[in-house]
Design a protein around this ligand. Structure first.
Ligand SMILES: [Zn+2]
Length: 185
């Protein structure tokens, strides 16, 4: 589009773009940025010199990806970083392991239980009868996330899908608060 831009000092523009993109929030969970979630993979020059923003979708079923691409475009436009394009990279597949520790803490503060354990297994909480466990057992089960409100591990799954396909809906049996659990993936 704008040939003059390709003549700019590449490093300056790339660094500027990183700074701009680090502030782009996730559309579903605005307390965390796409960088913190691990969705933003790279900012680079394409073969033709155009600035490329590399993103990896989270869950394939998440409709947020087109919104994220749109938000990236708007942020770069607003910063005057043109031309640019968003490149979606599917491999390696996104995993909740890419979430930063900060992102997990922010999720918890936001009332969403962050993913537990490692991904890769595609493991989802299994259906079984509720068993009562001692309060002291912190990692009582891999099946149930701790309540982000009170920290109790007495939680039960209400639905396979919460507010989005990425999350399951849980309820705390102690404080009775329902909450979303960001499923490990
Ligand atoms: Zn609770």
């Amino acid at each position: 589009m704008n040939a003059a831009d390709t003549l700019m000092e590449p490093d300056t523009t790339l660094a500027h773009a990183w700074t701009v993109l680090e502030a782009v929030p996730d559309p579903e969970i605005p307390v965390v940025s796409i960088r913190e979630l691990g969705i933003l993979r790279d900012v680079r020059r394409g073969a033709d010199g155009t600035l490329e923003v590399v993103i990896t979708p989270t869950y394939s079923g998440c409709p947020a990806m087109s919104q994220i691409a749109e938000d990236i475009g708007q942020a770069l436009n607003a910063a005057g970083i043109l031309p640019h394009r968003v490149v979606t990279v599917l491999a390696p597949a996104w995993t909740t392991d890419w979430m930063t520790t900060e992102a997990r803490d922010k999720l918890r503060q936001y009332g969403i239980a962050p993913p537990m354990g490692n991904c890769g297994s595609g493991h989802t909480p299994t259906e079984k009868t509720i068993r009562f466990m001692p309060r002291a057992v912190m990692h009582a089960t891999h099946d149930r996330p701790a309540c982000p409100q009170c920290g109790s591990v007495h939680t039960e799954r209400l639905a396979q899908f919460g507010s989005t396909a990425c999350k399951a809906l849980y309820r705390c049996l102690d404080c009775r608060e329902p909450f979303d659990y960001f499923k490990p993936y």
